[in-house]
Every structure is written in structure tokens, then in C-alpha cells.
Design a protein around this ligand. Structure first.
Ligand code: PEP
Ligand code: MG
Length: 325
């Protein structure tokens, strides 16, 4: 199998009916980037910056952060990279930060909430990122955005940092796109607005499923209680795919769901064309893409979703279809 997947490295991920699917890598440490070459991924779709902070002994200084990001860009070369600002809090604790006593850390002070409440922290990171990306394109996205207003405030901070760097004669990134993670269900009900404001969206299905179904993603007793291929989840994904396309805003899926071939097939059927996943998933998902017919799957899913009015899973029907093709 591994050999088979390695042989697909240079093969473009195109479905039988000619639909190009982008396959990108999730990464968080420099070592993860060594997989870029071996998997043939088209770039880094999610760089989780908090990992470098979590293994540090103290808060990395501005200069240290810049060095880290320069190393990321050196390792990725010309390939596109989407960097996520610090997603700390919840279960991602920085050993050198005072632990918060929170009843519900997953719902607590975390991610962009910290960034907006402590803008100095976010500003230092953004400045380091912008400096490290001097002269090259960069995509930056914000985690756990719950309202359009939060995204707009985060974007304003980027704009201010860019203005500051410009004033001081620094070379800016050649192109800077700003995106929102779609992982808090409230964004589903502001999907047109966020798609108009953001340059791109990235669906964090791990958290989106956790919050949509109120199941702790780390709790084995409940984590598998709801099938991501059930009607409710599929309709949530369909909404994101349809509304972002209608607004001309590209939407990627960067949660684990995109790395599972059958689930990724469903998402292609719903209209997603870009995925970011762990290195080991690229081969299996690419093999699926090469044997898939996007139009057929779209029709199958539409008919299944209109049938499973009780919210049942489309997994059996999709699995049967996949098996016979
Ligand atoms: C997600 O929530 O799906 C995601 C990609 O982010 P993380 O797993 O880092 O929370
Ligand atoms: Mg998340």
C-alpha cells in the first residue's frame, strides 16, 4: 500500500470527471514539513503555530517567533502556506502560562478570544509572521471565530501591523490573505457575511462536530456517537460549501474528516475542492479522488440527503457506491 501511495506522489489529484482536488498538509512542527516532498502535497493548508509554543520552555520572543516562521517558509519554498494564529487554551496549555481554572475549557478563554483580549500577544505573532513572509505570499487564519465581528477585529489588527511595518520601511508579503476557521456553529448562521468578509474559509471539522453535536472530541464514550456522514452534519457542510461558493470565497476542510477517504468523497460530493490533512492521509485520499466521479457522488448525496429526513447516516449508501466503483 505505502509503495502504491508513493507512486501517486506526482499524479495530480483529479477525479474521473476532471475535477481538480487540492490536497494539502496539516503541520505544526518543522519536522512535519519533511512530509511535503514525500507525499506530493501541494502546500500546507493548516500550520498549527501553537505546537511550537507548547514545546518551548518560555514564551518565544518576537525575534524567536520570526526565526521559527522563516524556517517554515524556507522549508516550504514556493508552496503555499496557511498559518493559523495561536490556538491555545482549551486542551492546549502553554506550560509557562498560568493555568486557568475553567469549568469548561473547550468553551472558555481560548484561541482568537485570547488574541482579541490580549492584542499584544496577537500583534507580536502577526508582526513576526508578516516579517518572515516578506516578499512572498502568506495566508493567515484565525481559530475559533464565533462572530463576523471577531474576524473583522482580528483583520484590523493585521492591517495595523502591516501599516506599522510599511511605515518602518519593511518589505511586506507579496500577497496576504486572511481567513476564518469555521469551527464554531454560530458561524453557520453568519455564513454569507463571513464569506463576504474573509478571503477564504477553512472548516475545522474536529471542533465543528464537537460543538454541533455537543460531544467532547476527546471523550471516547461520546466522540463516535454521531456519524459525520449523518444528515445533520452533511447539511452543515453543504451549507458552508454552497454559501461560500455563492460568495466566491474559497473554502477548505482542514479537520480530520477530510483525511478519511469515504468522508472526503462525501465532501467532494457536497462541493468542497480543497482539503488539508495529516501526511499519512494524502495517499489514501488521492487514491480515492482518482477513482471518484464528482458529479455522480453529488447526485447520490443529494438524493440520499432528501431521503434521510430523520437525520440517518448516508454512510451505508455511500460505502456501497464506493465499493461498486
Ligand atoms: C479542527 O478543529 O478541525 C482543526 C483543524 O483544528 P484543531 O484540530 O487544531 O482544533
Ligand atoms: Mg479546532
Amino acid at each position: 500500500r505505502q509503495e502504491q501511495y508513493r507512486a501517486l506522489r506526482e499524479v495530480p489529484a483529479v477525479t474521473k470527471d476532471g475535477v481538480k482536488i487540492g490536497l494539502h498538509l496539516n503541520a505544526g512542527l518543522l519536522v512535519d514539513l519533511t512530509h511535503l516532498n514525500e507525499t506530493g502535497a501541494e502546500g500546507v493548508g493548516l500550520f498549527r503555530t501553537e505546537l511550537q509554543f507548547m514545546i518551548a520552555e518560555r514564551m518565544p520572543s518576537a525575534a524567536e517567533q520570526q526565526t521559527l516562521y522563516e524556517a517554515v517558509f524556507a522549508a516550504t519554498g514556493e508552496l503555499p502556506v496557511t498559518i493559523r494564529t495561536l490556538d491555545i487554551g482549551g486542551d492546549k496549555i502553554l506550560p509557562y502560562m498560568p493555568a486557568l481554572e475553567e469549568e469548561n475549557p473547550a468553551l472558555g478563554w481560548r484561541a482568537i478570544r485570547i488574541g482579541l483580549d490580549r492584542p499584544a500577544l496577537l500583534r507580536v505573532q502577526l508582526r513576526a509572521l508578516l516579517k518572515a513572509a516578506a516578499g512572498r505570499p502568506i495566508k493567515i487564519m484565525f481559530p475559533m471565530v464565533a462572530t463576523v465581528e471577531e474576524f473583522v477585529r482580528a483583520r484590523d489588527i493585521v492591517e495595523r501591523e502591516k501599516a506599522h511595518l510599511r511605515r518602518h520601511g519593511y518589505l511586506l508579503p507579496s500577497d496576504c490573505r486572511l481567513g476564518a476557521m469555521v469551527e464554531v456553529p454560530s458561524l453557520l448562521f453568519q455564513i454569507d457575511e463571513i464569506a463576504r468578509e474573509a478571503d477564504f474559509l477553512s472548516v475545522g471539522s474536529n471542533d465543528l462536530m464537537q460543538f454541533l453535536f455537543a460531544v467532547d472530541r476527546e471523550n471516547r464514550r461520546v466522540a463516535n456517537r454521531f456519524d459525520p456522514l449523518c444528515g445533520a452534519a452533511m447539511r452543515a457542510f453543504r451549507l458552508i460549501a454552497e454559501r461560500s461558493a455563492a460568495q466566491g470565497c474559497p473554502a477548505t476542510v482542514c479537520g480530520e474528516i477530510g483525511g478519511r477517504p469515504l468522508e472526503a468523497l462525501a465532501l467532494i460530493g457536497l462541493g468542497f475542492r480543497d482539503f488539508s490533512m495529516s501526511p499519512a492521509s494524502i495517499g489514501p485520499v488521492k487514491a480515492m479522488v482518482l477513482s471518484a466521479h464528482a458529479g455522480e457522488v453529488a447526485a447520490l448525496i443529494e438524493s440520499e440527503l432528501s431521503r434521510v429526513a430523520d437525520g440517518a447516516s448516508i454512510r451505508p449508501a455511500l460505502a456501497a457506491y464506493a465499493k461498486s466503483h
